[in-house]
Design a protein around this ligand. Structure first.
Ligand SMILES: [Zn+2]
Length: 514
């Protein structure tokens, strides 16, 4: 349920009546008819912010059996995320907020704006105002219910026409799947939000004052997926079947709304000479940073659709030899980046031109001016990674089960800080974090601890022994010397093994550079 601010609403009612004529004029004002930014983008480039309503400590409504709304919201949102990812919308982000109150609401909108989301969907479950709830005993406990309302509802601000467009498509999908919308929020019903309809045939209500709908700068829809105060519906909405209907409807709605340029096509195959590292050497850990948001841009990068390392067969075979040599010391490799689609390099360049977008600075380049990243050699207009035989990696203890998870809401820790103070990435101490765009990352930096220097030497030595060249500015970057495609760059997307996504190759000229 959305907080309706009961007390404030009552007190403000007479003023609202006075303002009515002006409010009417405002609605007549011509709003900028923004074209949906996702139109004609490839599915993997459509950024979808999935906002989990409420927080773990301020759970929202309470179900008829006493369960907090947040629990329903996060489970459904996870299912929706999984279905979107499965449908190729790999830039889908689950937004979990820890902060309560107005600050938390603003944070949701700011994060969606910060990531330039194309679509914002907030996931909620519904109830009614407290005084309409009826008491009952369930499993010996005193609980409250309201059985007179059930169904979904959609809430949008009239600020953007596109929000209503998206809500209409979504409502049609839900209705076509056999779901019904609730009328509880109609203006004349005191138990709900008393909101005007934007579309009374589809259960879409006008909510101009909800922060997440008002401050987001993209088509934004708040979905009340069902009424958990209803004793029957509470049980229904928790089922995988119901969650599946909602998730599938959202996937279909996004597809129809954006009409993506590249429809997924069958028959994914790597270009000749390339392999998945996991097929050749499954023990090497993978934390492909550009496939997620823990990187210097703070968002997934174009062409990275899966946490997979793709390399030329030659480079992958050499890496498996390095892995075997390290295993003797109870150590393992962990790769952060392997083959890099040329389109990703273009995105780095585009990003570098926008000086204002430096929200990851505190972690990845705390001491470096963003304008200098090219001049200093951290960014290049062409990358050796696109030739398929260059890899960014580190050493981890052999018993590391999985790369540590990244929490985008946690305060940033500078990559230049000591091992215990920077992000715990699972590696042995190599002096800095990954993609630390700083002199401290220079392979021979005299300013790292003796332990880090010795670990860097170990990595260099093992990689060189099996045919890789190191890079003076970045201790993690290695290029296979005998690379099979020294003159050729590639631009196929990185998809999950066994995926049916298209891997269309685009021609690119030869180039030098890291
Ligand atoms: Zn590199």
């Amino acid at each position: 349920m959305i907080c309706v601010g009961r007390i404030a609403k009552k007190a403000a009612a007479p003023i609202a009546w006075l303002l009515m004529p002006f409010a009417f004029l405002l609605t007549l004002q011509v709003r900028p008819a923004l074209a949906a930014s996702c139109t004609s983008k490839a599915p993997e480039n459509i950024a979808i912010a999935l906002d989990v309503g409420h927080t773990a400590t301020n759970v929202g409504a309470t179900s008829a059996r006493g369960i907090g709304e947040y629990e329903f919201n996060i489970k459904l949102a996870q299912r929706v995320r999984d279905e979107l990812l499965g449908a190729g919308f790999s830039s889908t982000f689950l937004m979990v907020t820890g902060q309560n109150g107005h600050a938390g609401l603003n944070q949701r909108a700011e994060r969606a704006n910060g990531m330039n989301a194309d679509i914002f969907i907030s996931i909620h479950h519904d109830s009614v105002r407290d005084k309409y709830l009826n008491p009952w005993l369930y499993e010996g406990g005193q609980h409250s219910f309201f059985d007179d309302s059930k169904g979904f509802s959609l809430h949008v601000s009239s600020r953007y026409e596109d929000s209503l467009g998206l809500a209409r498509i979504l409502a049609d999908q839900l209705i076509a799947s056999g779901l019904h919308f609730t009328t509880i929020h109609e203006q004349n019903n005191p138990a709900g939000a008393r909101a005007p309809y934007l579309d009374s045939k589809r259960g879409i209500y006008r909510r101009d004052n909800l922060v997440v709908l008002k401050h987001t700068k993209m088509p934004a829809v708040l979905l009340e997926a069902g009424v958990i105060a209803n004793r029957d519906e509470e049980l229904v909405v928790s089922t995988p079947a119901y969650q599946g209907i909602i998730a599938a409807s959202i996937v279909e709605a996004v597809k129809k709304f954006c009409n993506p340029r590249e429809a997924p096509a069958a028959g994914a195959k790597l270009p000749k000479g390339f392999v998945y590292l996991a097929d050749m050497e499954p023990a090497i850990r993978r934390d492909i940073r550009y496939a997620g948001s823990h990187n210097f841009m703070g968002r997934p990068v174009q062409g990275y659709l899966a946490n997979e390392c793709v390399l030329t067969e030659k480079a992958a075979r050499a890496l498996s030899q390095v892995q075997a040599a390290l295993a003797a010391k109870n150590l393992s490799l962990m790769v952060w980046d392997c083959y890099r689609p040329a389109r990703a390099v273009s995105e780095f360049i585009a990003w570098s031109r926008i000086q204002q977008d430096a929200r990851m600075k505190a972690e990845f380049f705390p001491n470096t001016d963003k304008a200098q990243l090219f001049a200093l050699g951290y960014l290049t207009s062409r990358s050796a990674h696109s030739r398929g035989s260059t890899v960014d990696l580190a050493i981890v203890p052999a018993d590391l089960a999985a790369p540590p998870a990244y929490d985008p809401t946690a305060p940033p820790k500078p990559c230049t800080a000591g091992k215990a103070e920077r992000f715990e990435d699972g590696t042995i101490d190599l002096g800095t974090g990954y993609d630390c765009l700083d002199p401290l990352a220079s392979t021979a930096s005299p300013h790292v601890t003796a332990e880090a220097a010795s670990n860097r030497k170990l990595l260099q030595e093992r990689m060189r022994r099996f045919g890789f060249k190191s890079y003076s500015r970045e201790w993690w970057h290695f290029q296979f010397a005998d690379e099979p495609f020294p003159e050729r760059s590639f631009d196929f997307p990185i998809v999950a093994r066994g995926s049916s996504l298209s891997m269309k190759q685009e021609a690119a000229p030869a180039f030098p550079g890291w």
